[in-house]
Design a protein around this ligand. Sequence first.
Ligand code: AHR
Length: 499
Amino acid sequence: MHTATVHLDTHFNAGKIDPRIFSGFLEHLGRAIYGGVYDPGNPLSDEHGLRRDVIEDMRGLRMPYVRYPGGNFVSNYDWRDGIGPKEDRRPFPDFAWKSVEPNTFGTDEFIRWCREVGTEPMLAVNLGTLGPAEAAALVEYCNLDTPTHWAQERRSNGSASPHNVRMWCLGNEMDGPWQAGHSPAENYALKAMQAARLMKGMDPSIQLVAAGSSGRALPTYLEWDRTVLEQCWDDIDFISAHRYSRNFQDDTPWFLAEGVEIDRILDDYAGVISYVKGVKKSNHDVHLSFDEWNVWYKDRRGNGEWRTAPALIEERYDLQDALVCAQYLNAFIRRADLVKVACLAQIVNVIAAVLTNNDGTLRQTIYYPSAMYAAVARGLSLTPVVEAPRYDAGDREGVPVIDVSASFDEETGETGVFIVNRAVDSDTRVTVQFADRLVMGAGSVQLLTGDDPKVENNWDHPNAVMPQEGTATANGQALEITIPALGLAVVSGVRTERR
Ligand code: AHR
């Protein structure tokens, strides 16, 4: 048994946790839309073709926003092909995933789906093969109440009131050579700035995310971001970051140290954002939108061979993947000052929390960390000081055996604690104490764990990995909890009072 201590102090915090860090991402890719969220004719679907069982699962994730329609898909997508009477919509060849896009699901269908789920749309515009004018026309279509062409079109298509889309992404991964319309940073930055000005000219209340680096491995990493920030600083609210974690060496201790890399990326972005703000002597703030994150390395099938809704990148997730996902969420919470939006990529069928077949849905292991955290993390992000044994795993050295974040809800006075035990064969006894408060009530504990890092949920065993009730104790001075090896504990409703 390992032992560890977590020191908290409510005065020592990273500010308010933005609930938008629990957002998701849905792309026209593989079976995410067709056969995923949209399945007309299936008895499980409603009169609009929306799968009711999928909607139910999505509600459990409590996502404030869902980013759509891509991803790589958006960079050669014309939103005008996906609106209006369905019989007039024509299929088109999707450059990104070499698939046939039927266009029977578009902006209006997505907004309807969002309303059913209880989430808000975060729309990405095409800055690959289209430009600022088409982006601004989409803002007009969605948000304006004017007697003008695109606003009228929306009304004719059945939505009298504006959709009121608040969050918009200025393209996707434009630094990547694989992206339709990929260009040098300077060119993208100019186009993004022009689009931003036109779009905010239509609706000044919207918030904009410029496309940052698509990954740390790219040679332009951070230089791309600096260029974009310098050009667009006053016109944007966020810059994006993306990461997909991999375990190609099949090395669980190394993989479970992934949080160290996530922290490093957040440090990188904190640095480049501060640098540009400093150089500009600006009072404006730009935050981080980590709008694609997940584990993805097992299923790389990205070529649809011009089929409609082919099964592409349907990654199967196991327990260790879920423990890595929990570390993303811990990192975002710890850096609440920096990360205001984050999107689990993705949510249905494609590298997804939920899989569908004709008869129902399957919640994969990675569904649970997001659901567990979103239900509990509220208020201030307390900055944890962790005393724990450390381990070395390959190039990842001195890794604390636990990864921790904590929240403090000033309204209810309740604390939430989120702890991953990275140890593969040892439980960890954790003492959580506050410098400024006594711990009067232990609240309740949800554990996600298993005997084998590779255990997964499948159609025969859909509940092999799911939250179970655990226990914690409060003795006035501290909260005591034992986290099983390969375990995640989410402690909610911890009651404290001033010392
Ligand atoms: O989420 C799958 C793909 O990963 C997205 O389309 C792209 O933005 C990223 O490279």
